[in-house]
Design a protein around this ligand. Structure first.
Ligand code: UDP
Length: 327
């Protein structure tokens, strides 16, 4: 079974590729290396450097390889940047997905698992968030993910394509063997930034908002380990390959931790004081996002194994300590 992984050189993509090889799949990776790293792609994959917006590039790939299904990660993922450069996000995330779906249709590939995001929900009305909640994104990144989902839905109705949209909550952690992890330039995510303070690369961590309506005043998020996300992609692919119908799944640990709790756990794991400074709220940040992953657990049999906060921070710390400059 040969699976095309777009964006397989990125953070969640590279961990998924590793898990797929371990599960016995042949893996073909397509990545333009704009934010991913060649070193994150194992030698056992066939690697195509190119852009999914380039129809000729994808057509050549589909002609050369016998692709049975696609896992689609290739997209921009920075919320703040998406507000400043919305058209860049529409171009890469939405147009890129359109070209990919056209090429899949042209080459009779009818199965796709793809990265969506909890950002499709915006400010939730109920916690924990279920897949049936309203989709009302509050930032451009989340909007592009919602459009990608809708594009899949209409394409499925027209062509018989089947898809699984995986709505990640806060992806974090690193491979337990320390060889793969998170590397973004610039880094904007809480856990890597906190660990850069512990590593001596930054002097302090900013706490964005301490007046939220939460027990300690800081935002609550559902942190889910990247290796658990990787496993969910394989389970979703297998679900579709055995005839499962198109749908969306939330992927979170089901537990919420505040910014202060994350910093406190990082202090414990690293033994570093990690100075924290209270700053203004970051615009567009909901107070509390926690997933119900009941559907992924019951339909896919997904069981997160690494998503305890201590495991997340320990694996991330192993990675950041041994790879302070990323790959
Ligand atoms: N955050 C923070 N300081 C930082 C980066 C993030 O306080 O330097 C907060 C952010 O406001 C949010 C949480 O940490 O409440 C997680 O943010 P992150 O950017 O990691 O993920 P997001 O929830 O935006 O996907």
């Amino acid at each position: 079974m040969t699976i095309l992984v777009t964006g397989g050189a990125g953070y969640v993509g590279s961990h998924t590729v590793r898990a797929m090889l371990e599960a016995g799949y042949q893996v073909v990776v397509a990545d333009n290396l704009s934010t991913g790293f060649r070193a994150a792609v194992p030698a056992a994959c066939r690697f195509y450097e190119g852009d999914i917006r380039d129809a000729a590039f994808l057509a050549r790939l589909f002609e050369q390889e016998n692709i049975d299904g696609v896992i689609h990660f290739a997209a921009f993922s920075q919320v703040g940047e998406s507000g400043k450069l919305p058209l860049r996000y529409y171009d890469n995330n939405v147009s890129g997905t359109r070209v990919l779906l056209e090429q899949m249709t042209a080459h009779d590939v009818g199965t796709i698992v793809f990265s969506s995001s909890a950002a499709v929900y915006g400010e939730p009305e109920q916690i924990p968030i279920e897949e049936t909640a309203a989709l009302d994104p509050t930032n451009c990144y989340g909007e592009t993910k919602r459009v990608m989902e809708r594009m899949m839905c209409w394409t499925a109705a027209a062509t018989g394509l089947r898809y699984a949209a995986l709505r990640y909550f806060n992806a974090c952690g690193a491979h337990p063997d320390g060889s793969l992890g998170e590397a973004h330039f610039p880094e904007t995510h809480l856990i890597p930034l906190v660990l850069q303070v512990a590593n001596g690369q930054r002097s302090e961590i900013s706490v964005f908002g301490s007046d939220y309506p939460t027990p300690d005043g800081t935002c609550i998020r559902d942190y889910v380990h990247v290796c658990d996300l990787a496993q969910a992609h394989i389970l979703a692919l297998e679900y579709l390959l055995r005839g499962g119908e198109s749908t969306a799944f939330n992927l979170g640990s089901g537990q919420g931790f505040s910014v202060r709790e994350v910093i406190e756990e990082a202090r414990r794991v690293t033994g570093h004081a990690i100075p924290a400074v209270e700053k203004a709220r970051r615009s567009g940040d909901p107070a509390r996002l926690v997933a119900s992953s009941e559907k992924a657990q019951s339909t896919l049999g997904w069981r997160p194994r690494y998503s305890a906060l201590s495991t997340i921070l320990q694996t991330a710390w192993n990675w950041h300590r041994s790879h302070p400059m990323g790959f």
